[in-house]
Design a protein around this ligand. Structure first.
Ligand SMILES: [Zn+2]
Length: 358
């Protein structure tokens, strides 16, 4: 009933309009329907108990509002970025969607990531607080949204990354992401002047080679694309290559000793309570998907003529599992994580797949 009452604005209207159009206009001559699809392939009624959150592929007029607690300080539009001091020569650069850092020492500056989005402003940002040269660049991982501005920043810094990141970047052969010149396997301590960065690898989660970057003197921990303070993670747990590995890393982050967390995305830095909330959400998604998998009956409501189509058979099952998972999570989480509605279906589809086949 919840679907009928609240989702009819978009899903029901959208799907039924399609079906009704066909009933009215193409029942007598289905092969002449305007989009020339076979009559049996048009959308029909949604599944029973459809969530009030619009499923993937259904456009809605307005997403849920982002709560103030998830917002960061405003960006000066003339600059296109903001600088946030994290203490003892460590700074955050962000455009409120993506985040990188730099560390100033007596003879130079260490950049940590070089996002495409504001790479052209990174030298300007550094120049706000230091006239020292950029001597080192640390890659958190290989993804272009975080390091695709490395070439734009320029110079010839020592580039430090995990050995898996080197492997992936060799494969990608992207001139905007120069290859690391120093790699490591388990841990690497970077000492520059009186500053220290501790780099460590905790296995696959988001992607192979994604590292933890710890600034012990500043009590700052940066782990990119794993925790999103105040926010729903990007779709499919930030496209995690190993979902359960990502969950395990969130638990590791919780247990570590730091005061400020930098997640590489969203509008603000994080706290221990933010990481606790993310860990709780991950546990809840896992439980909701597990329960849905266990209680949903295979093949229910499937058109009998599709019984010999195993892809359709499981599509029907997985859609109903995901719908139940979304229904379970919506009351508790829709007001606790910004953009819950944008990606909750993606998280439930990802979780059911993880639990069903991994
Ligand atoms: Zn990434």
């Amino acid at each position: 009933m919840r679907f009928i009452e609240t989702a009819s604005r978009f899903v029901h209207g959208f799907l039924l309009a399609t079906a009704v159009a066909c009933i009215a206009g193409c029942a007598s001559a289905p092969v002449e329907s305007r989009d020339a699809r076979p009559a049996q392939a048009v959308a029909s009624d949604p599944y029973p108990d459809m969530p009030s959150i619009a499923p993937i592929g259904v456009r809605i007029g307005k997403y849920l509002d982002v709560p103030a607690s998830a917002q960061g300080p405003a960006i000066d539009p003339a600059k296109g970025y903001r600088l946030q001091e994290l203490g003892r020569g460590l700074y955050l650069i962000t455009d409120n969607a993506i985040q990188s850092m730099f560390l100033v020492y007596d003879r130079g500056v260490v950049l940590i990531d070089a996002p495409q989005a504001y790479a052209a402003h990174i030298r300007q940002a550094v120049a706000e607080v230091s006239d020292k040269p950029i001597t080192h660049l640390v890659y958190s991982h290989s993804h272009a949204d975080h390091i695709g501005g490395a070439k734009t920043v320029g110079g010839h810094p020592v580039i430090i990354a995990h050995e898996e990141t080197l492997r992936l970047l060799k494969r990608d052969a992207d001139p905007s992401r120069p290859l690391p010149t120093v790699t490591f396997k388990d841990a690497y301590k970077l000492r520059v002047g009186d500053q220290v960065l501790e780099l460590s690898y905790h296995g696959n989660g988001h992607e192979p080679g994604n590292i933890f970057i710890h600034a012990p003197a500043q009590r700052v921990l940066m782990v990119v694309d794993v925790v999103f303070p105040g926010w729903m993670p990007w779709r499919r747990f930030a496209v995690a290559q190993d979902v359960l590995g990502t969950f395990a890393q969130v638990e590791q982050i919780r247990k570590m000793d730091w005061d400020t967390f930098v997640g590489g995305h969203v509008a603000r830095t994080g706290t221990h309570p933010d990481v606790d909330v993310q860990a709780e959400f991950y546990r809840d998604v896992k439980q909701a998907a597990a329960t849905a998998l266990a209680t949903t009956k295979l093949g229910e409501g499937l058109n009998p003529s599709d019984q010999t189509n195993p892809w359709a058979f499981y599509d029907n099952y997985i859609d109903r599992v995901a719908g139940q998972c979304v229904n379970t999570l919506t009351p508790k989480w829709s007001t606790r994580l910004a953009a819950f509605d944008v990606y909750i279906w993606d998280q439930c589809y990802s979780m059911e797949q993880t639990l069903r086949i991994e």
